[in-house]
Design a protein around this ligand. Structure first.
Ligand SMILES: Nc1ncnc2c1ncn2[C@@H]1O[C@H](COP(=O)(O)OP(=O)(O)O)[C@@H](O)[C@H]1O
Ligand SMILES: N[C@@H](CCOP(=O)(O)O)C(=O)O
Length: 316
C-alpha cells in the first residue's frame, strides 16, 4: 500500500482545525497511487483528500496550486488547494508539505469505451484552451532532455530486441526535437492515464494527480492520453476509441498541419517517456510495498506504434 507516512488521529485533528470545516469524523489511507501519501478525510462539512508530498518537485508546489486554481476557475473538475481561515494553501504535516483538496466524485474506468474517450478528449481540449494564452511556465522534469539523458543507460539493462526498439525511439527523439519544441504550447497534465481520471457512469467527474503538469506541446498531452485510453492489451491502437478522443478534442481546438505531421512520432515519444520512468521505478522500488507498473507495457506499445497508421482528424 502506498501510504509512506502513517498519521495519528490527534496530529490530523490539530492540522485540520484551521480550515474550519468541522470535526474529523473519519480518515483512511488510500492504497492506490505511487508517489505521495494520500488520505480520504471525512469532516463534518464535507469529504476531502489530504496529500502529503513525499517526493518529486516540492519547490514547484506553488506552480501546481496556481494551475489548479486557474482550472478550477475555468470550471474544470479538478482538485484545488483549500485555504485555511488565514489563507494558507500549502502547509506542513509530519514534516512533509501537505495539501487539503476536495474529494471528487466518481471511480476510475479500467476498460473505457469510445464515449469515455470522447469525454477525456473534451477535458484535455478545455485544459489547453484555458491555459494556452497565459501559460504558467514549468519545465517537465521528465521531458525530452531527461529522456535523452536517462535513456541510453536504461537501454543497456534490456535484452537485445527491446534495447534496439528503445534506441530507435531515442534516435527519433533526437532527430525530431526541434520540430517538437516548435509545436503549439499550453499547460499540460502530462500524465492523463485512466487511474488519474474519475467517472460517474459515462460522465467525467474529475481529473487528479497534477504532479507531472508542466508547459509544453499540446500534442504530447494527447499522445499520452491516447496511448493509455485507446490501446488493446497487445499494445495495438484501438482506432474507434482513439478517433473518438481526437474528434472530441478537435471539435474544441483544431489541429495544425505541424501537429498532423508529428502525430505518429509523438505517440512513440510518449511511449519512451513512460517506458523509462517505469524502468526507473522498478529499479528504485524493487522489493518495497509500492505500486510498480509494468515497464514492458510500454515496450509493447512502442513496437505497435512503429507499425501504426493512425492520423489526426480534420487537421486542416
Ligand atoms: N481529489 C481526489 N478526489 C477523489 N479521489 C482522489 C483524489 N485525489 C486522490 N484520489 C484517490 O487517491 C488515489 C491516489 O491518488 P494519486 O494522486 O494518483 O496518488 P499519487 O500522487 O501517489 O500517484 C487515486 O487513484 C484516487 O482514487
Ligand atoms: N502514470 C504513469 C506514472 C506517472 O509517471 P511518473 O514519471 O511520475 O512515475 C505510469 O502509469 O507509468
Amino acid at each position: 500500500m502506498s501510504v509512506f507516512t502513517p498519521l495519528q488521529r490527534d496530529e490530523l485533528d490539530a492540522f485540520l482545525a484551521p480550515y474550519r470545516l468541522g470535526r474529523l469524523r473519519d480518515f483512511e489511507g488510500i492504497a492506490a497511487g505511487s508517489e505521495n501519501s494520500n488520505f480520504f478525510v471525512s469532516l463534518e462539512r464535507g469529504e476531502y483528500v489530504l496529500t502529503l508530498v513525499e517526493r518529486g518537485p516540492v519547490a514547484d508546489l506553488p506552480f501546481f496550486i496556481e494551475l489548479l486554481d486557474v482550472l478550477h476557475q475555468a470550471r474544470l473538475p479538478v482538485p484545488f488547494a483549500i485555504r485555511t481561515e488565514a489563507g494558507e494553501a500549502l502547509r506542513s504535516l509530519a514534516e512533509k508539505p501537505a495539501l487539503l483538496q476536495p474529494r471528487l466524485a466518481g471511480k476510475h474506468v479500467a476498460s473505457p469505451n469510445a464515449h469515455h474517450c470522447a469525454e477525456v478528449g473534451r477535458w484535455l481540449a478545455r485544459l489547453h484552451l484555458a491555459t494556452r494564452d497565459r501559460i504558467i511556465e514549468r519545465r517537465s522534469d521528465r521531458g525530452l532532455d531527461w529522456m535523452q539523458q536517462e535513456g541510453p543507460s536504461l537501454a543497456m539493462s534490456l535484452p537485445p530486441e527491446p534495447l534496439e526498439l528503445l534506441r530507435d525511439g531515442l534516435a527519433e527523439i533526437a532527430e525530431l526535437k526541434p520540430k517538437i519544441l516548435a509545436l503549439p504550447r499550453a499547460n499540460l497534465h502530462a500524465d492523463l492515464f485512466r487511474d488519474n481520471v474519475l467517472f460517474e457512469g459515462s460522465h467525467l467527474t474529475g481529473v487528479i494527480d497534477f504532479y507531472n503538469a508542466c508547459s509544453g506541446p499540446m500534442l504530447y498531452d494527447l499522445a499520452i492520453a491516447v496511448n493509455d485510453w485507446c490501446s488493446h492489451p497487445n499494445g495495438e491502437l484501438d482506432e474507434e476509441r482513439s478517433q473518438a478522443l481526437l474528434a472530441a478534442y478537435s471539435a474544441l481546438r483544431r489541429f495544425s498541419p505541424a501537429e498532423a505531421e508529428l502525430w505518429r512520432p509523438m505517440l512513440r515519444v510518449a511511449c519512451v517517456r513512460f517506458w523509462l520512468s517505469r524502468l526507473i521505478a522498478k529499479q528504485n522500488f524493487a522489493g518495497q510495498s509500492v505500486l510498480i507498473k509494468d515497464p514492458d507495457e510500454f515496450c509493447r506499445l512502442l513496437a505497435a506504434r512503429q507499425r501504426c497508421h493512425s492520423a489526426l482528424p480534420f487537421a486542416f
